[in-house]
Design a protein around this ligand. Structure first.
Ligand SMILES: [Zn+2]
Length: 921
């Protein structure tokens, strides 16, 4: 036993990294600093590249989900969106890998840096991806065509017709038009620009739609040469793979080919204002926001010199830090990369940032030395601060028209100076681009995993099913770093139809109204002090074997440090037994907030709303999903928020509570360390005893509820109790075809079409999943994004539905036609074995995505998907053949053979208005 311990210790990644010494030279890099950070279980190694001055930080940690990221300081001095368009174009192909790879499109841009991260659990995959990313950022092709496609171009509206009018096209151009229709985003943008009016923060780094057409291809290439240079780069790697290999590969494949430059990208400090300022801006009206007359936004912002301690309650802050350090997320590497990115970008020390407990201790010491420390800080940063901006924003009825008019003027400016020759050239280039986009991509030059590299079997998750106080409980022992995760699912089968739309409202207010002896402020503080958060959400869970069966429920979710178990369950007890429903004032604030949040979310998640709506009449679960989280819910909340008197709502809350908080309809789950499991169960038992007054034997409102027994669980664990799931089965359900159009006050569309297919356990589900990925990468991406100019689009399989969608799309009817041609493309079978393998790998990377200890066992608990079911799906995925894909395309997706629905959210649309088959909302 001793021997194993030592062997394990000597292979731990943080310990291995501690062997490095400052001054040591490895593959062209010099080690500057090696620091152990025990709070985060990692060792930080800071290096610089000798030849170019590139900065490098490695965090060695025993986590197999390794991460690489490279970030560049990108500080534009105009609003043409050059860093944003560059971010798009570098992913269009590079010297060694001159192909577009739609699966590679992950990057993130802030207003002053651009970052390219990826993570993987497979070391071969890491090496491959590292080659592709290095080549993409340092040696991109940046072809003129890439610039036209991703940035902006003038083109005939119909590229094949030289007589059709010239219009602006381009992915970023449309993306930013969409982004600027989001009022919250617009406000944040103005705020930044006006608070920092003297340098890079005064411009729109993503691109102002009307400035984008001022950018030239040469300017783009110039920006790349000066900004995407190793001397302006910061590399970060994280995980358990050896550092030397990363350094060697990065030096050989990229950095050794550069000489040091002075990128001159530092941002000078903003001069402090001697007097506060005020400004006013206008925005578009928001059709779905509650109360049109009260849509003004006001905010006071300060320029804070360095960092301020914003938390008033120090204990709550320290508790929060402790929880954050112990909570294991699956993307810990990415979280670290994002955490250090901004400060590192301005030459802050990333190692210092990682040493969180040192900062906490310094803070405690400062507080001890000077009890007025915080008050003085507040005085300095807020009260006495003259760099203060009061920015107000209000809707302008004419806003959209004015925008459209300025775009038209800009277009005329460009078009008027064109000669006949120029026009001919634009037409020819448009055709060239179209044919380049239509040419099949040969991705075989990209290094990639093979399907045979994929693990042949599913990793099983051991859970125990037992019963506590008559309530079924799933226990899952996990290395949770001393945190306990609690979930409960309350089945809503006894709820009458008329109360259903109120369930999301109930969920969003129930932990925020106060409970027991606590008012809502005290409750919030107690939750912050004792738990890692407590939330309640509405759930629609489609059955994995029958399309017309589903479970409707509400999920309670919370976590806490082991020492706080009694407090966490005590809070839940008070929420169950003595919630405060009678504070109309508080309820009004919460209702306004959620209605506003829903309305604001549409321009960002429009594709989700379109997909939900398209699926509404295809399955009973789809119908409920629309009620809980679709456009119906947005409109319902708007009506509630506009009510003069909320007493009617207040009276329904206790009625809902009776159905929702009924232990008779509950099942629970706990994820904790093996040592703390029995303690956790004991506290859960006490809780269940205390809330047993809510237990009622209620008859389901619908007689056709059936009981699904998870036999495979019983067999495997030989337990006496089973996890019981009551399902609704609507055996008389008739799916129907429905097309709905929502006219919205934004200039782009979200288009979706959904087709009823088969449930998760069906034979053909795997083939349809692979088909959706392949159709997205090999057909829809090219049609909808590259040719159509939408920000995104594709197909996905889930909940028994095959669903097409587009995101921030200048087209609508054309996109629906592209969906149909996608099916024809699949039925024609013009795809290769490599296309199929790529799609399979992409499906597997989702299936095998790492699951955090807090979430292990959740697909069984919530969805009833057992390990055996997951494994059967896995085996089917491996077997999917060319013929299978042809078969499912023919059988499920062919016009005339399928039942489908469609939905569009978008601006006024003449074609659809004249088409009687559409319902206009
Ligand atoms: Zn973009």
């Amino acid at each position: 036993h001793r021997h194993t311990c030592r062997a394990l210790q000597s292979t731990s990644a943080p310990e291995r990294a501690l062997q490095y010494t400052p001054g040591q030279n490895i593959h062209g890099f010099t080690i500057k600093e090696v620091v152990s950070v025990p709070d985060l279980f990692l060792t930080a190694v800071k290096l610089t590249h000798d030849q170019t001055g590139a900065h490098y930080l490695h965090a060695a940690r025993d986590d197999s989900n390794n991460l690489f990221s490279v970030q560049f300081r990108t500080t534009p001095m105009d609003s043409t969106g050059v860093p944003h368009i560059l971010e798009h174009t570098v992913l269009c192909g590079s010297q060694r890998f001159p192909v577009r790879d739609p699966l590679l499109r992950v990057s993130s841009a802030a207003s002053d840096y651009t970052m390219y991260p990826f993570s993987t659990q497979n070391s071969k995959d890491f090496k491959n991806l590292l080659s592709v990313y290095l080549d993409a950022v340092f040696f991109p092709c940046l072809r003129e065509q890439d610039f036209w496609q991703e940035g902006w171009r003038l083109e005939n509206e119909d590229p094949s017709n030289p007589k059709s009018p010239l219009v602006f096209k381009g992915v970023v151009f449309n993306e930013m038009k969409g982004a600027f229709s989001d009022n919250e985003r617009l406000y944040a943008q103005y705020l930044q620009n006006k608070l920092f009016p003297d340098h890079t923060y005064s411009v729109v780094s993503g691109g102002e739609p009307l400035c984008i057409p001022d950018l030239t291809w040469n300017q783009l290439k110039q920006f790349h040469a000066t900004h995407y240079h190793p001397s302006n780069a910061r590399f970060f790697t994280y995980g358990d793979l050896p550092l030397e290999q990363h350094l060697q590969q990065i030096h050989q494949e990229a950095l050794s080919k550069f000489e040091r430059i002075d990128p001159k990208t530092e941002v000078p400090p903003q001069p402090h204002w001697p007097y506060p300022r005020e400004a006013h801006v206008s925005c578009g009206p928001d059709a779905l926001a509650p109360d049109q007359t009260r849509q003004n936004t006001l905010c006071v912002s300060f320029l804070l010199p360095e960092v301020g301690f914003e938390e008033e309650r120090i204990e709550a802050l320290l508790h929060k830090i402790e929880i954050q350090m112990k909570h294991q997320s699956t993307n810990f590497g990415l979280a670290l990369a994002s955490y250090i990115a901004s400060s590192w970008n301005h030459d802050g020390d990333p190692v210092e940032l990682l040493q969180i407990s040192d900062s906490v201790n310094r803070f405690k010491q400062a507080l001890k030395d000077n009890p007025r420390y915080l008050q003085e800080k507040v005085q300095e940063y807020f009260k006495d601060n003259t760099h203060r901006l009061t920015l107000s924003m209000s809707p302008d009825e004419q806003y959209l028209d004015k925008q459209a008019k300025s775009e038209e003027e800009k277009l005329q400016q460009k078009v008027q100076v064109l000669t006949e020759e120029d026009r001919k050239e634009i037409y020819d280039k448009g055709l060239e681009l179209l044919s380049a986009q239509s040419a099949p991509q040969d991705a075989s030059c990209l290094p990639a995993l093979k399907v045979s590299d994929i693990d042949p079997v599913t990793t099983r998750i051991p859970v125990q099913i037992s019963s506590v106080g008559g309530v079924p409980v799933q226990l899952c022992e996990q290395p949770t770093n001393g945190l306990v995760y609690f979930r409960a699912l309350c089945n809503l089968n006894t709820l009458s139809e008329d109360l259903r739309p109120l369930v999301p409202l109930f969920c969003s207010v129930i932990t925020k109204m106060g409970c027991g002896s606590l008012d809502y402020r005290q409750q919030a503080q107690e939750m912050e002090l004792r738990t890692g958060g407590m939330s309640v959400s509405a759930q629609v869970i489609p059955d994995s074997s029958h399309l017309d069966m589903y479970e409707q429920g509400m999920v309670l979710s919370s976590s806490c440090l082991e020492r706080n178990l009694p407090h966490m369950f005590g809070l839940w007890r008070d929420v169950f037994n003595r919630p405060h429903f009678d504070d109309e004032e508080r309820l009004r604030v919460l209702v306004m907030m959620s209605a506003q949040e829903l309305a604001n979310g549409i321009s960002y998640s429009g594709h989700m709303y379109a997909m939900t709506r398209a699926a509404r009449h295809l399955t009973p679960a789809g119908d409920l999903h629309e009620t809980f989280g679709g456009m119906e819910q947005v409109k319902f909340m708007k009506r509630v928020a506009e009510m003069q008197d909320l007493n009617h709502v207040i009276r329904t809350l206790p009625r809902l509570k009776k159905h929702l908080f009924n232990p008779h309809n509950m099942r629970c789950a706990i994820n904790a360390t093996p040592q703390k499991m029995s303690d956790s169960t004991k506290h859960l038992e006490t809780f269940l005893k205390e809330v047993s007054g809510n237990r009622k034997d209620r008859k389901p409102v619908r007689p056709n509820t059936i009981l699904v027994l998870y036999t495979s669980i019983i067999e495997r664990y030989h337990t006496i109790t089973i996890l019981r799931i009551d399902m609704f089965c609507d055996s008389n359900y008739q799916p129907c075809h429905m097309k709905t159009f929502f006219q919205m006050p934004f200039p782009v569309n979200f288009v979706s079409q959904s087709i009823r297919t088969v449930p998760f356990t069906h034979q053909d589900y795997a083939s349809l999943s692979v088909l959706a990925r392949m159709m997205t990468a090999k057909y829809l991406h090219g049609e909808i994004r590259e040719k159509g100019g939408a920000y995104g689009g594709g197909a996905r399989m889930g909940s028994g539905l095959f669903t097409f969608y587009s995101y921030r799309d200048p087209q609508s009817a054309q996109t629906l036609a592209a969906f149909r041609r996608g099916v024809d493309w699949a039925k024609a079978g013009l795809f290769s074995q490599q296309d199929i393998d790529e799609a399979k790998l992409s499906v597997f990377s989702a299936v095998d995505a790492p699951v955090a200890p807090s979430d292990k066992g959740m697909s069984l608990f919530l969805n009833g998907v057992t390990d055996d079911m997951r494994d059967a799906h896995r085996q089917r995925l491996f077997r999917v053949s060319h013929q299978d894909l042809l078969d499912v395309a023919e059988r499920y997706l062919s016009v005339g053979r399928c039942t489908d629905g469609a939905a569009i959210l978008g601006p006024e649309n003449e074609v659809i208005r004249k088409d009687p088959s559409w319902i206009i909302k």
